[in-house]
Design a binder for this molecule. Structure first.
Ligand code: TPP
Ligand code: MG
Length: 322
């Protein structure tokens, strides 16, 4: 496996993360105004996982994410206007204003999310099964949290994918918490990737706040999967900065300490790659500042547009209901 990437790819990863971070921070800032009525799980702090993995995907690949899905949606090519309008519940939202944040999906990009823990893991395996039956080179990616790995369906899906040697990449975003319950209270003291490894597939644990490491590992695994190598598993160790659901910090909630949160904020994936790129002379601070200004204009435009977009009509109420 390679252990370096070109400046071009590193810059692309950084720009993707900056865009995700800025979009979420702006949404979090205006969320208290009450215009977005959807419960919202922010990915702030976890961007490197989606940015790194989605960058290795090709046309036709499929992405399945969980309730914390904004990063995967944007990294997977989802349209920002469609996302913002969806959060505002407008007819122009990528799901017609019906999904809100936790079901954010862009079928045009083969990108789907849903908040039932582990619910889309078997769907990702099903998509991989169809790719295998069609003898295509596409792969499916299942993003899920550490708690979702506790759902029975994860074991069944993993087993089926292994037995059938399906083209699926399992990506666990281990942020240590299931809402407010720490991993140590919920799982045995054997890291998940080791338990998965005991099933005989390649399974690794990596620093999920290092976008370059995530990219390199995902690239290696995706290539092997495309060549018929069967499923692979990546456990990305990361951390969410904000509360479980909603736009605030939760320093006053005793399930974790402010000191712990701040220590992870120091390991912020975006700042880290930004600093590395500037220090190595790969990019200048001023060019990033102008990129950030451009992104802010794009985000503010999307918000303004969503505010003025139409609501879904009553006539559409039963559309797509089965
Ligand atoms: C089957 C199921 N049980 C419980 C819940 C309620 N719930 C929503 S998010 C969450 C915690 C999820 O933790 P994890 O999978 O680690 O993802 P994270 O929120 O940390 O990103 C729980 C218990 C749910 N959505 N689905
Ligand atoms: Mg978690």
């Amino acid at each position: 496996m390679k252990n370096t990437i070109s400046k071009t790819i590193a810059l692309r990863l950084l720009k993707k993360m900056i865009r995700i971070r800025m979009a979420e921070e702006r949404i979090a800032e205006i969320y208290p105004q009450g215009e977005m009525r959807t419960p919202t799980h922010f990915s702030v702090g976890q961007e490197a996982v989606s940015a790194g993995v989605c960058d290795v995907l090709k046309k036709g690949d499929a992405v399945f994410a969980s309730h914390r899905c904004h990063a995967a949606y944007l990294a997977g090519g989802g349209d920002l206007n469609g996302m913002v309008a969806e959060l505002f519940g407008r007819a122009t939202g990528v799901c017609g204003g019906r999904s809100g944040s936790a079901h954010l999906s862009s079928p045009g990009h083969n990108m789907f999310s849903a908040p039932i823990l582990g619910g889309l893991i078997p769907v990702a395996v099903g998509a991989a099964f169809s790719f295998a039956m069609d003898k295509s080179k596409n792969i499916a990616v299942a993003f899920f949290g550490d708690a979702a790995s506790e759902e029975g369906v994860f074991a069944e899906s993993l087993n089926f994918a292994i037995i059938k040697k399906l083209p699926v990449l399992f990506v666990c975003e281990n942020n240590f918490y299931s809402t407010n319950i720490h991993l140590s209270q919920r799982q045995p003291d054997v890291p998940l990737y080791q338990r998965v490894k005991s099933s005989g597939i390649e399974s690794v644990n990596i620093d999920g706040n290092d976008a370059i490491k995530v990219y390199l590992r995902a690239k290696d695994f995706a290539s092997k999967i495309r060549l018929g190598g069967g499923p692979k598993f990546i456990e990305c160790v990361t951390y969410r900065h904000l509360e479980h659901v909603g736009p605030n910090y939760d320093f006053d909630n005793p399930y974790r300490t402010e000191k712990e949160v701040r220590s992870w904020m120091k390991r912020c994936p975006v700042k880290r790659l930004r600093k590395h790129m500037i220090n190595t002379g790969a990019v200048t601070e001023s060019s990033l500042v102008s990129f950030e200004k451009k992104v802010m204009r794009e985000i503010d435009k999307a918000i303004e547009k969503a505010r003025n977009d139409p609501w879904p009509g009553a006539k559409d109420l039963l559309r797509d209901v089965y």
